[in-house]
Design a protein around this ligand. Structure first.
Ligand code: AMP
Length: 112
């Protein structure tokens, strides 16, 4: 298994966990781009948003439920951003589906 996020799920690589259940893990990003920057990932290896199908999409809905919980726990009442970079042009650097939950500062739009 070479996927670094699968290694974080298995515990082989340590992470600063903020949420875990049987389907999902959330941990702090190593290079935070905002005061709160958490990555929320499915435990199951899914390469990216482009690999979402009717068979595996339920975990995405669950991830958004978890995002709302984490945002509330971190006091992000003023707002937050959830981003999933998909593929090379979008800057995806880890090929295991993940959602960046960022908050605690203002964000510009459009991003990038
Ligand atoms: P992306 O570039 O959208 O694929 O996002 C990958 C994110 O994973 C980046 O923001 C990295 O800082 C983060 N990252 C990479 N390795 C680790 C790690 N071991 N623990 C926490 N975050 C990581």
């Amino acid at each position: 298994m070479s996927c670094i996020f699968c290694k974080i799920v298995s515990g082989e690589i340590p992470s600063a966990k903020v949420y875990e259940d049987d389907k999902v893990l959330a941990f702090k990003d190593l290079e935070p781009q905002a005061p709160v920057h958490v990555l929320i990932i499915p435990k199951q290896h899914i390469e990216s948003m482009a690999a979402i199908t009717p068979e595996n999409s339920a975990v995405v809905a669950h991830i958004f439920e978890v995002a709302a919980i984490i945002a509330k726990e971190n006091g992000l009442e003023n707002g937050f951003r959830v981003v999933s970079n998909c593929g090379e042009s979008a800057g995806q650097s880890v090929m295991h589906l993940h959602f960046h939950l960022m908050g605690g500062r203002d964000f510009g739009w459009p991003a990038g």
